[in-house]
Design a protein around this ligand. Structure first.
Ligand code: ATP
Length: 316
């Protein structure tokens, strides 16, 4: 039964021996979303995608696609995937393989359209086992969009693609999302997540530790920096006043109190920090407000999760 949800993980866990690859994952994906799945090596990204596609069974919890089993959704031709693992058929030409994928798909597109979309026309007659890494990725991409899928799952899709192919690839994925399809991709390229995804998920040791827009995740991590100088000649500023500023996530002060001190602040709300400074009668010199990227936010969030995990482990 289709309940409007594209995919739902309900308290899903999966272990390999002692390793908890996925740990209590609760997640719902909706139509038309472009979702980036981030996480350090071994965080459980590929394992989560495998569970989503029914390639592995959860130890606990349930995974549904379009309100039914992953298998039913795949058999109905609603899901396309581009995974890292799994070899391509070898003794076949690129054009033949793409045609086969279109023919067997319950809602297959015309092979010529798919060849064009994936930029494969020039290598249609090349054997699949004679391709470069980037060309192979393009073939995998073609197989993922060979039919009218409602969900496209991509595991590190742009690895090995050069810049222009990568741009072409993401333009094509945007068109898919504009058609109302859901695109879920795991990546280590944070700039891709930042510019492509409207929802970003961060996994850490199998747990979902952040879920929101890129802007929300940056804000949560304290992803703007406010820096300025305090000159003793302008009047003494008490450090406790700085520490009490609204919107402050972290504070670093360097330099002697009786000369020039440099203050660097990581802010969850930079506007509140600056307003708070002036309200307190503090007149900074050389004020700068800069944004930190998603990369910095990602590192902040995952480092904080790591520190919490270590503290919990040593308390046990
Ligand atoms: N088949 C398996 N057998 C044993 N352990 C596994 C297996 N697959 C994954 N793992 C372990 O589960 C954890 C999660 O792995 P997974 O591949 O899902 O992470 P990932 O986030 O995709 O990592 P990467 O960014 O390196 O691709 C890791 O500790 C990994 O070693």
């Amino acid at each position: 039964m289709d309940n409007g949800e594209v995919a739902a993980f309900r308290q899903v866990s999966k272990s390999y021996g002692k390793v908890k690859a996925v740990n209590g994952l609760d997640l719902t994906l909706y139509p038309g979303q472009t979702v980036a799945l981030l996480g350090p090596n071994g965080a459980g990204k590929s394992s989560s995608l495998d569970l989503l596609l029914g390639l592995r069974e959860p130890d606990q919890g349930s995974v549904t696609l379009f309100g039914g089993t992953p298998r039913a959704a795949i058999e109905a031709g609603r899901v396309g995937a581009m995974l890292q693992s799994g070899g391509l058929m070898t003794d076949v030409k690129v054009g033949e393989l793409v045609k086969l994928a279109c023919d067997v798909h319950p809602r297959g597109h015309k092979p010529a359209e798919v060849m064009h979309e994936a930029g494969l026309e020039e290598i249609a007659d090349r054997r699949v086992d004679k391709l470069s890494g980037g060309q192979e990725q393009r073939v995998r991409f073609a197989l993922a969009v060979a039919g009218a899928n409602d969900l496209i799952v991509l595991d590190e899709p742009t690895t090995g693609m050069d810049v222009s192919v990568r741009q072409h690839f993401w333009a094509s994925m945007r068109r898919q999302a504009d058609l109302g399809r859901t695109v879920l991709f795991a990546t280590h390229y944070l700039e891709e997540a930042d510019s492509i995804a409207d929802r970003v998920l961060v996994l850490h040791r199998g747990r979902l530790i952040a879920d929101g827009s890129s802007a929300e995740i940056k804000a949560r991590a304290g992803a703007r920096r406010v820096s300025f100088e305090l000159h003793a000649a302008d009047g003494f500023v008490d450090d406790t006043l700085l520490r009490a500023l609204p919107g402050l996530a972290a504070l670093d002060i360097s330099g002697p109190a009786d000369a020039v001190r440099t203050v660097r602040i990581r802010a969850t709300d930079a506007d509140a920090v600056v307003a708070g400074l002036y309200r307190a009668g503090c007149y900074p010199r050389g004020l700068e407000v800069t944004s930190l990227g998603l990369e910095q936010a990602f590192l902040t969030i995952t480092e904080a999760a790591e520190a919490t995990e270590l503290a919990e482990e040593s308390a046990r």
